[in-house]
Design a protein around this ligand. Structure first.
Ligand code: UGA
Length: 443
């Protein structure tokens, strides 16, 4: 099928390449000529395992191209809207400028029968607001949220654990109307390999599809903050939150995943999505229904303070002129994304307290340096550790978590303090090697 993908950021670039890899003829459109230029040369503008290969293969096959001219989207059967919906500056709500801008630009190129499939994360009600303008051209709007995780984006796109398509409904029957029925069938064809493999394909109304996405992210954020709240209790009782997580995680109803206590969640999605959800619920007069999300956000931010306090306390109340090596800058491993990164935030705070901070990260160093040029960046892990008074692990890359032995670190660092902001290190091994180990929510 011919497909267009409007917006070639994280979501769009991966979607375009993944759709070409399953046989579609795809044009990716973006307003940023530098991004288009890089993608057209088969270069991923960000770090994502497997994306580079997929881009190269797609371009070489002739099924994938990128352009800054939205007129080239014309003729596609499905137009995916994959633009960003960042947090508004000065508020919690989502900024929909790019969604409206892309629809405005696309409208003149739509033909009757085309399908516009929104993938961006939007406040519930957005699709209903956009639909009349799209329908006036004879095209149909559906909402098809994306659940990909950075670092696993290619796999999550090609083999998703579920597909959700929100369509227009027949209000009396509560079933898709004729356009909705047709559009959901077209989307089944788009995702044919996943559908054939038995991936759940859930057809809903537009509002439900929009809500599924924010509800999923709200749940994940709540799960992380729940275990971090337990970490706070563990800290005043001498309990160990990692054992607690293992023990409750054996209950299949709870599950161990996303019960990793530490410095909390960050990135371009969870923080802004829970805030936008709260803001939207308040607009709808249901702020109290998701009031707990404010608490989820507050617990999350407190964990960054806690990590900083652990380092400060390790030095008896001041890190002034202490050499602190921060292991990690990305908001999570397998990513160069530093948006709302708890790792970088902790580093910046320590720097603000007068510490001499050195940051290392296998992928995110350039991005971090651009945002915080005042900090010291060292690409080589061992060089970064040399002469350190303390280490703090803030992004659990294997380079630090598995591959850095405490014995080796001892040959490089001057001090013997290690703060494990992700509870990713083997505490007993570090202690046995003479280090004073501090975990998050661990004795
Ligand atoms: C998240 C969701 O997991 C995806 O399903 C969703 O599609 C995506 O947002 C989005 O809306 O686009 P992502 O932001 O890539 O994906 O990252 P996650 O893997 O969810 O991790 C988020 C943060 O939570 C990271 O900072 C991570 O370190 C932290 N985390 C995760 C914990 O602190 N503890 C855990 O147990 C798990």
């Amino acid at each position: 099928m011919r497909l267009s993908v409007i917006g070639c950021g994280y979501l769009g670039a991966v979607h375009a390449a993944a759709m070409a890899s399953i046989g579609h003829d795809v044009v990716g459109v973006d307003v940023d000529p530098r991004k288009i230029d890089a993608l057209s040369r088969g270069q991923a503008p960000f770090f994502e395992p497997d994306l580079q290969d997929l881009l190269t293969a797609g371009i070489e096959s002739g099924r994938l191209r990128f352009t800054a001219d939205i007129a080239e989207a014309s003729g596609a059967a499905v137009h995916f809207i994959a633009v960003g919906t960042p947090q508004q500056s000065g508020g919690d709500a989502a900024d929909l400028t790019y969604v409206h801008g892309s629809i405005d630009a696309l409208l003149p190129h739509l033909r009757p029968g085309d399908i516009v499939a929104g993938k961006s994360t939007v406040p519930v009600g957005t699709a209903a607001e956009l639909a009349p303008r799209i329908e006036a051209t004879g095209a149909t709007l559906v909402w098809n949220p994306e659940f990909l995780r950075e670092g696993w984006a290619v796999q999550d796109t090609i083999e998703p654990d579920r597909l959700v398509v929100g369509v227009s409904m027949n209000s009396t029957a509560g079933l898709p109307d004729a356009d909705g029925e047709r559009a959901s069938e077209v989307l089944r064809q788009v995702y044919h390999p996943a559908v054939a493999a038995g991936t759940p394909f859930i057809v809903t109304d537009l509002a439900t599809a929009e809500l599924v996405k924010v509800a999923a992210n709200a749940f994940l954020a709540t799960k992380i903050s729940f275990i971090n709240a337990m970490a706070e209790i563990a800290e005043v009782t001498g309990a160990d939150v990692t054992q607690l997580a293992d023990a409750i995680g054996h209950d299949a109803r709870i599950g161990r995943r996303f019960l990793g206590a530490g410095i909390g969640f960050g990135g371009g999605c969870l923080p802004k999505d829970i805030r936008a959800f709260s803001a939207r619920a308040e607009e709808l007069g249901r702020g109290e229904s998701v009031a707990f999300l404010r608490e989820v956000d507050a617990i999350n931010m407190r964990r960054r303070d806690r990590a900083v306090d652990l380092v400060v306390d390790a030095f008896g109340g001041s890190v002034f002129k202490k050499n602190i090596t921060v292991l990690g800058a990305a908001f999570k491993p397998h990513s160069d994304d530093i948006r709302d990164s708890p790792a970088l935030d902790v580093a910046v705070r320590l720097h603000g307290l007068g510490a001499w901070v050195t940051i290392t990260d296998p992928a995110a160093l350039e991005n971090a340096q651009r945002l915080h040029p005042q900090l010291n960046y060292v690409a080589d892990r061992d060089e970064a550790i040399r002469g350190a008074d303390a280490l703090i692990l803030v992004t659990e890359w294997d380079e630090y978590r598995r591959e850095l032995s405490p014995e080796h670190a001892s040959t490089l660092a001057t001090g013997r303090v290690v703060v494990d902001g992700r509870n990713g290190l083997d505490a007993s091994a570090w202690r046995a090697a003479g280090w004073t180990y501090y975990g998050m929510g661990r004795p």
